[in-house]
Design a binder for this molecule. Structure first.
Ligand SMILES: NC(=O)c1ccc[n+]([C@@H]2O[C@H](COP(=O)([O-])OP(=O)(O)OC[C@H]3O[C@@H](n4cnc5c(N)ncnc54)[C@H](O)[C@@H]3O)[C@@H](O)[C@H]2O)c1
Length: 255
């Protein structure tokens, strides 16, 4: 079956229809496909097989075909997917056909690194405002943008049509900052502070916490170490905190 543009995908003219509703796991993989497709396009590839794209994106090819079928994209037997067309389709579904303006609140160590990162621009985002509460940071210029006081958020949001807020403040300040972002109409927030935010319905929050990723890797390291130490036959008792015990052939956590 031929690959075709999703019925909702934008043509060059006419009204822009709504993108399809997709499983959250598919949405999370689409940016990986897009990154891989851009690399293929940069390398001069016009088509790619599902196996080739799956390898480049680091996923299983059956999953990739299923994900892309949600977009109405099936590839052409013996040819594969049209790289340029698939880029258009995924960018449409992810809402990347317009460059979104981002306000970054909290311009400390992490905020500086984020503000100086060029990768956002190449992936469809424009850091449009840098805001902080510390008077000593106001007026500093980073990557051509001047840090403004967070009290200016209402004016900045209106001037720049901010659609996404990034919070890089200490955790105790994060809820108040989220409330300020919501009050000026921001409905998508990326939170780097290690805390849970409470937001009204209709506001999407995504949290990034590298410490959690490290803790998950730590769990796997712990498991690998205990499996390497496994005796040839039978299982030894491994003491768990709280006086529990598990054989090391069992799950140490979650059984
Ligand atoms: N998600 C991750 O993987 C990750 C990694 C590193 C740091 N962090 C978190 O990111 C946050 C920032 O870390 P950092 O090292 O940059 O801290 P930092 O202290 O260097 O910077 C925080 C900045 O927030 C500003 N700020 C404080 N209250 C504010 C408010 N109400 N409005 C606006 N600005 C305000 C401060 O003036 C400061 O400039 C912390 O919550 C930290 O735990 C997360």
């Amino acid at each position: 079956m031929s690959q075709h543009r999703h019925p909702g995908a934008p043509g060059r003219t006419g009204a822009v229809p709504a993108p399809p509703d997709l499983p959250e796991a598919t949405v999370a993989r689409l940016p990986e496909y897009l990154r891989a497709l851009h690399q293929l396009a940069d390398a001069g590839h016009e088509t790619v097989s599902s196996e080739g794209l799956a390898n480049a994106a680091g996923v299983n090819s059956a999953k990739l075909r299923k994900d892309l079928s949600h977009l109405g994209s099936y590839g052409t037997r013996g040819v594969g997917y049209d790289v340029g067309l698939l880029i258009d389709q995924i960018e449409f579904v992810l809402g990347l056909t317009q460059r979104r303006a981002v306000a970054l609140v909290g311009v400390g160590n992490l905020g500086h690194a984020l503000a100086g990162y060029d990768g956002f621009a190449s992936r469809g985002f424009r850091i449009a405002a840098l805001l902080d509460a510390d008077p000593s940071r106001i007026g500093e210029e980073i990557n051509g943008l001047v840090v403004r006081h967070v009290d200016e958020l209402p004016r900045v949001a209106a001037e720049e049509s901010i659609s996404i807020g990034v919070i890089a403040t200490p955790a105790p300040a994060a809820q108040a900052v989220a409330d300020q972002l919501v009050a000026v109409g921001v409905t998508s927030i990326l939170n780097f502070a290690p805390c849970v935010l409470s937001v009204p319905e209709g506001v999407d929050v995504r949290k990034v916490d590298l410490a959690i990723e490290l803790q998950i890797l730590s769990f796997h390291e712990h498991r690998k170490a205990s499996l390497t130490a496994l005796p040839a036959t039978g299982g030894t008792l491994t003491p768990l905190p709280g006086g529990l015990a598990a054989t090391d052939t069992q799950e140490a956590i979650g059984t």
